[in-house]
Design a protein around this ligand. Structure first.
Ligand SMILES: Cc1cc2nc3c(=O)[nH]c(=O)nc-3n(C[C@@H](O)[C@@H](O)[C@H](O)COP(=O)(O)OP(=O)(O)OC[C@H]3O[C@@H](n4cnc5c(N)ncnc54)[C@H](O)[C@@H]3O)c2cc1C
Length: 475
């Protein structure tokens, strides 16, 4: 809820959430739902976000772009379909249930998901926007965490400090745009538009006015920006390059059994693997989350094809397998990219008038925020926080409170960490652990695939005796 008064901070909360992206918003919505459940008493909660209001990837809400998960992957439904904070609840509140029913859309527009989340954030009590959390400490004397924040008032330019005390914390600070080192010099200099795709819409008009545009990056964002540029430019005078380091403009895995990697079953299987095996696995699974949606690939090809109908080829160059070695400005108005094809070994230069860096995102560092907890935190062989199956940082037993994390656990819980489809389940898992009362009963099984073998016996359906395979059949 924007503009709510900051609560009294002398009584400790049960739970403080840091960051209000979709994941902590889901946690706040399900925590709010505990008040009506007989299995658990209500929790006192407060959630803080540094932004003035909820916005979800505002720079990439390009017309027509859709969520890559079905609308059922909203903030609550997969844990509590009866919650008032569901996407269907949002539609009902806006008298749009019938139009949505006839639209037959499983994948809603990104802008609609953003509006739905903002509707929740405008109504849910205990959300405090314009609050930047600066530090977290454990107070052993009172057995509470202390959360220091700064209230930001962008209009008045005023700032004032504050502190909340809490028994438990949920960190959901998300990701930030990433620019690879060779491209850093471009971002720091003014003049030519060189922007990260996260800021695309804000700079769209200026970019489209440039003579030649280069889009770098072969993920979903790069593909969407390339398609948008293509559609906006006249046929035969597109003047756009799309370059990517990857071997191909590859599709994202979206088969039904492939999607079972985004189930609680896979999360549990992955979490139980040894650390070295997990580290080996994650980069190999890039196609589960880093490719391009097949619909977007089809739309790009359709658009290019349409531009050949009256003869000639579009003035668009699409080249995968290319690395940008270095980059620099030329006479303040242009950019020169030094390119190398990774297979051919061929090097060349490209001079361009605008660059969109669709070079992805990185998890925001927990270490910066949680430096005060460092002496208590247990780390793995690579120095990363250890995180248990309930999404809780493993800490010295002297700390009796819990720090839960959302979307910072890819190394322990796998590729599903940033996936919106697991949001409600993870929030429910956290609340079940925090209350110790299982207010949100969760399914023991969610996938048809049995990930891994049971030790000593064949995999089977939980609760049913496994069918033993005679030795001859195994040959
Ligand atoms: C363009 C794009 C599209 C995507 N589409 C999909 C999709 O279709 N399906 C899917 O499954 N996944 C999708 N994802 C991935 C999904 O993980 C993110 O969309 C999602 O926003 C992550 O939510 P979050 O809550 O972790 O973080 P964020 O949405 O990044 O929110 C984190 C919040 O924490 C706040 N914050 C950070 N530090 C502090 C601090 N110190 N104090 C206070 N507040 C702080 C930030 O202001 C921010 O509001 C997409 C990602 C991107 C980039």
């Amino acid at each position: 809820m924007t503009g709510t008064p900051t609560p009294r901070t002398d009584h400790p909360h049960d739970l403080v959430g840091i960051g209000i992206g979709p994941f902590n918003l889901s946690l706040a919505a399900l925590a709010h739902g505990l008040r009506t459940r007989s299995t658990a008493d209500g929790l006192t909660t407060a959630f803080y976000d540094q932004c003035p209001a909820f916005h979800w990837h505002a720079g990439l809400l390009i017309d027509g772009t859709t969520l890559q998960v079905p609308f059922l992957a909203d903030l609550v439904t997969l844990a509590d379909p009866a919650s008032p904070w569901s996407f269907l609840g949002y539609l009902k509140d806006h008298d749009r249930l019938f139009p949505f029913y006839f639209a037959e859309r499983f994948h809603i527009e990104r802008a609609e998901y953003d509006a739905y989340c903002r509707w929740v954030s405008d109504r849910l009590p205990g959300l405090h926007f314009g609050h930047q959390v600066d530090a977290v400490r454990w107070n052993p004397e009172h057995s509470v965490f202390e959360v220091d924040f700064t209230r930001l008032d962008p209009q008045a330019g005023a700032e004032s400090p504050g502190r909340a005390r809490t028994r438990h914390i949920a960190v959901g600070i998300g990701t930030e745009p990433h620019v690879p080192q060779p491209l850093q010099p471009l971002v720091d200099a003014p003049g030519v538009p060189v922007i990260h795709s996260a800021d695309y819409l804000e700079h769209r008009e200026r970019l489209l006015a440039a003579g030649h545009i280069t889009v770098i990056g072969s993920g979903q964002s790069g593909a969407e920006v390339f398609l948008d540029v293509l559609r906006a430019r006249p046929a035969g005078a597109e003047r756009v390059h799309w370059l990517a380091r990857t071997e191909a403009f590859a599709p994202m895995e979206y088969s039904k059994l492939g999607l079972e990697h985004f189930t609680p079953d896979y999360v549990r299987y992955f979490h139980a693997l040894p650390e070295s095996v997990r580290d080996d696995l994650v980069p190999r699974q890039w196609q589960l989350h880093k490719g391009i949606g097949t619909g977007t690939i089809a739309a790009i090809h359709d658009e290019l094809y349409r531009r050949t109908l009256h003869g000639g080829w579009p003035d668009a160059v699409l080249t995968p397998g290319v690395r940008v070695r270095t980059a620099g400005r030329v006479a303040t108005t242009r950019v020169e990219l030094h390119l190398e094809h990774l297979r051919q070994g061929v090097r060349s230069r490209l001079t361009t008038d605008a660059v969109v860096l669709a070079t992805g995102y990185r998890e925001r560092s927990l270490d910066r925020l949680l430096v005060g907890l460092d002496p208590y935190m247990r780390r793995d062989a690579s120095g990363r926080p250890r995180i248990d199956e309930h999404f809780r940082l493993v800490m010295d037993p002297a700390v009796t409170g819990s720090v839960y994390v959302q979307n910072a656990e890819r190394h322990t819980h796998g590729v599903g960490a940033p996936d919106l489809g697991l949001a409600a389940w993870r929030s429910a898992t956290i609340l079940n652990s925090l209350t110790g009362k299982d207010p949100y009963p969760l399914p023991a099984r969610a996938a048809f695939t049995s990930f891994g073998l049971e030790r000593g016996e064949a995999p089977g359906i939980p609760g049913q005796a496994p069918r033993l395979t005679p030795l001859e059949e195994r040959l």
